[in-house]
Design a protein around this ligand. Structure first.
Ligand SMILES: NC(=O)c1ccc[n+]([C@@H]2O[C@H](COP(=O)([O-])OP(=O)(O)OC[C@H]3O[C@@H](n4cnc5c(N)ncnc54)[C@H](O)[C@@H]3O)[C@@H](O)[C@H]2O)c1
Length: 433
């Protein structure tokens, strides 16, 4: 039996398969007790010791009566220095067998997102029975990568089980947009998924669970999820706009011939669709207004937005697949924006609930606005962004689209009337499945 095999519990396998990493607590629990298969094998015990050493805190062999398994002199081994470890953070990821997750999970497990001192448990959801094999393969790859912070992996296709106690829910799961599928249809198809997942989070996730919706149409999916999870705070829901922000920053940096890091205070307002509004008015390059550095009004007004919104399509055309790696980076950036403090004079873009927003945007939507955070997982909306007529007109257009999307999915919102869909334009971003 391999040291970190999946549970052999058959009933567990059919719905919820568990793989447990060498969590310190589990290792201790196993000492002197039975392993999974009921036999205490040398193989299992050696594996425990090996892993404990790799993590720099070998247990006292003498105390455990296992000295015969080690060549180290047992009376020399010291009790390890104990330091307080953070409690395990439970990160649920839906659509975990999809393209974006293939990149994202490894970035998260490396510690570059939640912190190098933050132990993690992954709770991976995908939809179909067939996907369980893929999930199991991903879990095995994660195991083979020996990430010391990754302590536990749970996989399954039942959100009620997989979201149990989740502290974060990164929701990528969605049915891909097929050729000819209209946005209105996609809103209904994927909206149903987010209705179900919102209900599941409401029932079983941790009370302060933060939810980031990526699956498209992500703003309205996030709205459906939030409205179906009334136990969770509305301020805990986000839809991903960070990819749009990163693309906009990239275009400004390329245009100005300056490093990407010079570009700050850049918000992409509105919906994650072609109506999105990359804001060049408030953006800065090396602390100067971007419009003073790039003195090209025509480029800003006519080229900048379509280039940013069309970037995914350009990449997909060249690679013949959607740009999954940069999306995974954007998801990690979006999480980091909430767990790290925002620099002064900077912001991050996130589609959040518009209730009480300072810009007069219609309430009860999930719309991207400039945000900042103290790094405690909570965001605040920046209140000092200048809005000129050009910007206002475009934000209103994107806001109007969000209102129409909400009408279109009202059958999926509790206490709302029947759907009345007035969506006629196709505004889905090219290059996204
Ligand atoms: N917001 C953004 O910036 C942004 C950017 C890129 C992609 N996206 C969207 O992210 C989503 C995922 O993209 P991808 O490239 O990984 O797609 P993908 O098709 O490779 O993966 C989607 C996964 O979701 C799974 N799934 C389907 N229904 C599910 C359900 N009910 N529960 C759980 N899982 C389910 C599928 O089986 C699949 O494994 C898509 O909707 C895409 O349009 C958003």
């Amino acid at each position: 039996m391999p040291p970190f095999c999946f549970s052999s519990d058959v009933s567990l396998r059919s719905l919820l398969r568990e793989a447990t990493f060498p969590a310190e607590k589990k290792v201790k629990r196993h000492r002197g007790q039975k392993l999974h298969d009921g036999t205490r094998t040398d193989h299992g015990i050696k594996a425990e010791l090996l892993l404990s050493r790799r993590r720099g805190n070998a247990p006292s062999l003498r105390a455990q009566g296992l000295s015969e398994l080690s060549s180290e002199p047992n009376n020399e081994v010291q009790e390890p220095q104990r330091h307080e470890e953070k409690p395990i953070l439970r990160v649920a990821v839906s659509g975990a067998a999809g393209q974006i997750a293939q990149h994202l999970l490894f970035m998260l497990a490396s510690g570059g997102c939640f912190g190098m001192d933050q132990p993690l448990a992954f709770q991976l959801l995908d939809s179909k029975e067939e996907s369980l094999d893929s999930l199991e393969g991903i879990a095995m790859e994660l195991e083979d990568s020996l990430y010391p912070l990754l302590r536990e992996i749970k996989i399954g296709n039942n959100p009620q089980k997989v979201f149990q106690d989740a502290d974060w829910a990164l929701l990528l799961g969605a049915v891909p947009r097929k050729k000819g599928t209209h946005r209105a249809e996609l809103l209904d198809i994927n909206g149903r998924i987010y209705q179900e997942q919102g209900k599941a989070l409401n029932e079983v996730a941790s009370e302060d669970c933060k939810v980031l919706v990526v699956g498209n149409p992500c703003n309205t999916n996030a709205l459906i999820c939030m409205e179906n999870a009334p136990r969770l705070q509305r301020k805990n829901f986000h839809a991903l706009m960070r990819l749009d922000e990163n693309r906009a920053k990239c275009q400004l940096a390329l245009k100005a011939q300056r490093p990407y890091t010079c570009v700050t205070n850049l918000c992409v307002w509105g919906n994650h669709s072609t109506t999105q509004v990359p804001d060049f008015l408030n953006a800065c390059i090396a602390g100067e207004p971007a419009t003073d550095v790039v003195k090209d009004e025509h480029w800003f007004q006519h080229d900048f937005t379509p280039t940013v919104a069309g970037r995914g399509g350009e990449i997909a055309r060249r690679m013949e697949r959607s740009p999954a790696a940069s999306t995974a980076v954007a998801i990690a950036d979006a999480v980091k924006s909430l767990v790290d403090p925002t620099h002064e004079q900077d912001c991050f873009s996130s589609a959040v609930c518009t209730d009480g927003n300072p810009y007069g945007i219609h309430e009860g939507l999930i719309c991207s606005m400039p945000c900042w955070s103290e790094g405690d997982g909570v965001y605040h909306i920046c209140e000092d962004f200048a809005i000129d007529d050009w910007l206002r007109e475009r934000i209103l257009e994107s806001e109007d689209e969000l209102i129409r999307e909400r009408e279109c999915v009202s059958h999926l919102l509790p206490n709302a009337g029947p759907a009345a869909c007035r969506i006629t334009q196709e505004t889905s971003l090219p290059g996204e499945s």
